[in-house]
Design a protein around this ligand. Structure first.
Ligand code: ZN
Length: 130
């Protein structure tokens, strides 16, 4: 399947508009492409108890899994700002559970970087090789 990263990024941008980020000020959106072409989006949802905050990436993964999807091809992440964030460590680990080679595009207002999860999280924790 050809991956239309421009379209996926547009969907991540739209998702970022729904973010609830009164504390960090960083509105983040994620769009997760499944192998059947379905796209699930998520946004960050912050909380006054900071550790309860959920990132846009995990929000998208959990929505996809809840809908019965587990086969992911690519993820686009957009932060509405001028700082470029790759996915945090927690999100990398959650993504690696389903596809350790996931294509990941992360972007902000100024540009983007295309990478993959194997580069961002080499030797991810897994129970499958024990
Ligand atoms: Zn994260």
């Amino acid at each position: 399947m050809n991956i239309d990263f421009d379209l996926l990024l547009d969907q991540a941008k739209s998702a970022s508009e729904k973010a609830y980020a009164p504390y960090s000020g960083y509105k983040v959106g994620a769009a997760l492409l499944c192998s059947d072409g379905t796209v699930f989006t998520g946004c960050n949802v912050e909380n006054a108890s900071y550790s309860l905050t959920i990132c846009a990436e995990r929000n998208a993964v959990f929505q996809a899994v809840a809908a019965g999807q587990r086969d992911f091809l690519a993820l686009a992440i957009y932060v509405d700002g001028e700082v470029l964030f790759p996915p945090c460590g927690a999100c990398r680990q959650v993504l690696a559970e389903f596809n350790p080679n996931l294509h990941i595009l992360y972007a902000n207002r100024l540009g983007s970087i295309l990478s993959d999860l194997d580069t961002l999280l080499p030797q991810a924790f897994t129970l499958s090789e024990i």
